[in-house]
Structures are given as structure tokens and as C-alpha cells.
Design a protein around this ligand. Structure first.
Ligand SMILES: O=C(O)[C@H](O)[C@@H](O)[C@H](O)[C@H](O)COP(=O)(O)O
Length: 229
């Protein structure tokens, strides 16, 4: 791809192959981190794309009891809600060998994310920086919960952004909480997974747009993109 940002793109033959290869890559990076660090912090997305990757990753043979798992973003719904990303991670990633990992919270039972933000930041901060991050992307070029029409996008993209922001978008049924672009960019290894022609086209547009219009653009210099049709 050409444009002002050079996109590093890996294309896979089919979805099963991508899930297996990507899970192996993430597991290898976690293992490498654990060779010189006491613990590793793995950030993962919610949504529909990562399930098959979690299914492969949870079987990886590594020292999961030294791995902390954190979501890139969460929808403000209880952890047993069908739209909860926490629920997805518990059901699809923290099973099998990976059940030994520790999940850091990105949700607390409070009416709004604003009420829990400071407390969640305090819990998460000691675990930074992120060792390995996997992110998703929407057709609208959002990543994590950094939506182009999000009410807190400017703060989320600032070079000195806090760890977490709350986010509301007219396109979303509930408020969100999200890691900021700065924190995601500081990940030692950053992967973005996208599927289908529409997201590939959106990525092509994003590389020539400012992050205020295409939030994923804030991360493209630092990330490896994994794509399958
Ligand atoms: O909670 C979420 O929705 C995510 O973390 C979000 O950033 C997701 O990665 C993209 O929206 C892609 O979602 P799909 O994988 O469902 O297309």
C-alpha cells in the first residue's frame, strides 16, 4: 500500500490459518517477554473478530501464570451481558492453559464509566507498559473505542493522554471505556487484525487521513496489520 503512512500488512489464505498463525506469533512474543521480565501484559480486543484467535491462543504452551490480560476497551455493560468484552475473554481466552492467566478489570459495577475510571486506572497502571497488544478495527476506522464521532476522541489521541478515557458515540448503544492511543502506541509489540474487503478498503483510506477522522491512523506506524478476506 502507498500513502503517507507505510502500512505493514500480512495477508492470510483463510481465517483458520490466520487464527493459528497469529496465535502462535502472540504466544511467541509473550514467551520472549517472559524470558527477561517477571510478568507480561497482553492486551486484546473485544468484538466478533478475535474469538477464533482466542480459541487457538488459549492452548499455547507458555507460562500463563505470569501473564496479565487486559481488554483494549469495554462496553459499559455487566460482565455477564452478551455484549460484554470481559465475558468474551473469560469464555474464549481464559480457558485451557490460559486459564492460569490473570485478567485485569476494565469494568466495575458503577452506573457510568466516569465513576470507575480513576479506580480502574489505579489498578492497571502498575502493569504498564503493554508487552503485546492485539487490536481490532471497525469499518468506520475506529480501533479500541476510539470512534471518529466519539465525544472524547481529542483527549484519547493527545500525546500526553491519560491511561483511560470514557467514550460515547452515536453509533454505539452503550458508553465505553478505552485505552488511549498513547498507551497503545507504547506497546512493545502491536498487532491489528482485520477481516473482509470493507475493512481492507477502510484501512486503505485511513492511511491518508488524520487520526481525528480515522483513529486507527494514530497506530499504523507502529503496528503490523493481519488481514484475511
Ligand atoms: O468492543 C469492541 O467492539 C472492540 O474492542 C472494537 O474496537 C472492535 O475491535 C472493533 O469494533 C471491530 O469489531 P469486530 O471484530 O466485531 O468487527
Amino acid at each position: 500500500m502507498e500513502g503517507h503512512t507505510r502500512v505493514k500488512l500480512l495477508t492470510y489464505a483463510d481465517r483458520d490459518m490466520m487464527a493459528i498463525d497469529l496465535a502462535q506469533k502472540l504466544a511467541g512474543e509473550l514467551t520472549a517477554t517472559l524470558m527477561h521480565e517477571e510478568r507480561a501484559l497482553l492486551v486484546v480486543p473485544g468484538g466478533t473478530t478475535p474469538g477464533p484467535i482466542f480459541d487457538a491462543l488459549c492452548a499455547a504452551d507458555l507460562d500463563w501464570n505470569r501473564v496479565d490480560v487486559l481488554l483494549s476497551d469495554e462496553r459499559w455493560v455487566p460482565a455477564d451481558h452478551p455484549r460484554s468484552n470481559t465475558r468474551l475473554v473469560r469464555e474464549r481466552l481464559l480457558v485451557g492453559r490460559a486459564a492460569a492467566a490473570r485478567m485485569l478489570p476494565l469494568y466495575a459495577s458503577a452506573d457510568t464509566p466516569e465513576l470507575a475510571l480513576a479506580q480502574l486506572e489505579q489498578v492497571i497502571r502498575p502493569y504498564l507498559p503493554i508487552s503485546v497488544a492485539l487490536l481490532g478495527m471497525g469499518d468506520d476506522m475506529h480501533t479500541a473505542s476510539l470512534f471518529p464521532d466519539g465525544d472524547n476522541l481529542t483527549a484519547a489521541l493527545a500525546p500526553d493522554a491519560p491511561l483511560l478515557v470514557t467514550m460515547r458515540s452515536p453509533s454505539q448503544p452503550e458508553p465505553r471505556i478505552s485505552l488511549t492511543a498513547r498507551v497503545l502506541r507504547e506497546a512493545l509489540s502491536l498487532h491489528i487484525v482485520i477481516t473482509g474487503a470493507e475493512k481492507r478498503a477502510a484501512l486503505g483510506r485511513a492511511k491518508d487521513l488524520p487520526p481525528e477522522q480515522a483513529p486507527i491512523a494514530a497506530l499504523l506506524d507502529d503496528a503490523m496489520i493481519h488481514w484475511v478476506d
